[in-house]
Design a protein around this ligand. Structure first.
Ligand code: ASP
Ligand code: MG
Length: 435
């Protein structure tokens, strides 16, 4: 008998019909002889609606109260789901995050899980019940207050429960079939991956892939949790996210040696991700002397902006001066421009330019460590498509470029094709948000 943790996102429990469908899915898993613990998100767009409501009564809602409000979304779906399971003749018990022992830091709106003490969850399992836990929320021991984990936090709830309960697998259900080589809404010939390494998944998530939340993948990697990302709408196998030393269950069952795990060589590139949430700021004509970059980024750091790519280039037109460009989340740009403009005299630069029409494309693959010429394929594909590259950055297993935002979808398609990732058939895209 296995212990399976299942997570259902908001789009999977959007209305009464969907809740009944999910309940059936859970009962089927139980009937197959497994213990089942479920983490559930708020119904549909509930969290957004609650946020909207809060902003109507207060311009800056008190963080403690906002968490009280937002955590109620998951209480609605957990209770309804438990009721639906009951009416199918199975014992089900719902628990809030704090009842389930999700202990977090005190940071309202972005709390991190520091401990999981699922005493009541275990008791309920021992008594034969299916357990439903409200996702996205926890409890801080010092303040004794309810916290939330940040948007999309139910993935993390599920993974943390799976780790604490030593579950066999953590199944994350959404309205897509698994993890694809690219977003199928952008690249119709994207292929579903059979498995992906946790390190590749982290890079993909950090660079714009929305199918799994980065914190959940991090937690899974640290605690050795096997994630299976799959669809609520089909019984098909999805994608396994494999941490170090883990094997795909289908292969792990066979007592074959490791070289047989996939039967073929891993592709160099696992996937292509795009990120359209960033802006670019260029500080033009900075004095090319030691300390200039330090002075600029000291100011930027004070705003709390999360800087991604940085490029510096000596100006050939005016010797002794250099241009520094960097990218950052669009909402952070206004504040950064303000501090840079205020210090124009002291920094001694000529001009500052803001550009919010950029798109970032990243290619991720662990095979880059051992293969050469991987970036050339990317550059040639973009060149053939007439797409201009504005910035380039690389890590050990990733190459990213900044292009015009209008070009980024086309760029994703040509690059996907250039790496031989295209499938013969178009991916099925269900209506919905992907969550
Ligand atoms: N309901 C929360 C949100 O919409 C948490 C989640 O869906 O995972 O962000
Ligand atoms: Mg949601």
């Amino acid at each position: 008998m296995a212990l399976i943790v299942q997570k259902f996102g908001g789009s999977s429990v959007a209305d009464a019909e969907s809740i009944k469908r999910v309940a059936k899915r859970i009962v089927d898993t139980r009937r197959a002889g497994n213990d089942v613990v479920v983490a559930v998100s708020a119904m549909g767009d509930t969290t957004d609606e609650l946020l909207d409501l809060a902003s109507q009564v207060a311009p800056l809602p008190a963080p403690r109260e906002l968490d009280m409000l937002l955590s109620s979304g998951e209480r609605i779906s957990m209770a309804l789901l438990a009721m639906a399971i009951h009416s199918m003749g199975y014992e089900a018990r719902s628990f809030t995050g704090s009842q389930a022992g999700m202990i977090t830091t005190a940071d309202h709106g972005s709390a991190r899980i520091v401990d999981v003490t699922p005493v009541r969850v275990r008791e309920a399992l021992d008594e034969g019940a299916i357990v439903i836990v409200a996702g996205f929320q926890g409890f801080n021991r010092d303040t004794k207050d309810i916290t939330t984990l940040g948007r999309g936090g139910s993935d993390t709830t599920a993974v943390a429960l799976a780790a604490a309960l030593e579950a066999d697998v953590c199944e994350i259900y959404s309205d897509v079939d698994g993890i694809f080589t690219a977003d199928p809404r952008v690249v119709p010939l994207a292929r579903k991956l059979d498995h992906v390494s946790a390190e590749e998944m982290l890079e993909l998530a950090a660079n714009g892939a929305k199918v799994l939340y980065i914190r959940a993948v991090e937690y899974a990697r640290r605690h050795g949790v096997l994630i299976h990302a799959r669809s609520t709408f089909t019984a098909n196998e999805g994608t396994y996210v494999l941490g170090e030393g883990m094997a795909h269950p289908r292969h792990a069952k066979k007592e074959t040696d490791v070289t047989d795990v996939t039967g073929m060589e891993e592709p160099v590139v696992a996937g292509v991700a795009i990120d359209q949430s960033q802006a670019k700021i260029t500080v033009v004509g900075v004095p090319d002397v030691p300390g200039s970059a330090a002075a600029i980024f000291a100011l930027v750091a004070k705003t709390g902006a999360n800087i991604d790519m940085i490029v510096q280039n000596v100006q050939s037109a005016s010797p002794g001066r250099t241009d520094i460009s960097f990218t950052l989340p669009k909402p952070s740009a206004a504040e950064v421009l303000k501090v840079l403009t205020a210090e124009k005299e002291t920094l001694g630069y000529e001009n500052v330019v803001h550009d919010d029409q950029i798109g970032k494309l990243s290619v991720v693959g662990a095979g880059m460590r051992t293969h050469s010429g991987v970036s050339l394929t990317l550059f040639e594909a973009l060149s053939k498509a007439g797409i201009n590259i504005e910035m380039i950055s690389t890590s050990e297993i990733r190459i990213s470029v900044v292009v015009r935002n209008d070009d980024v979808h086309e760029a994703a398609r040509v690059v996907h094709s250039a790496y031989g990732l295209d499938s013969e058939i178009e991916a099925t895209v269900y209506a919905g948000t992907g969550r």
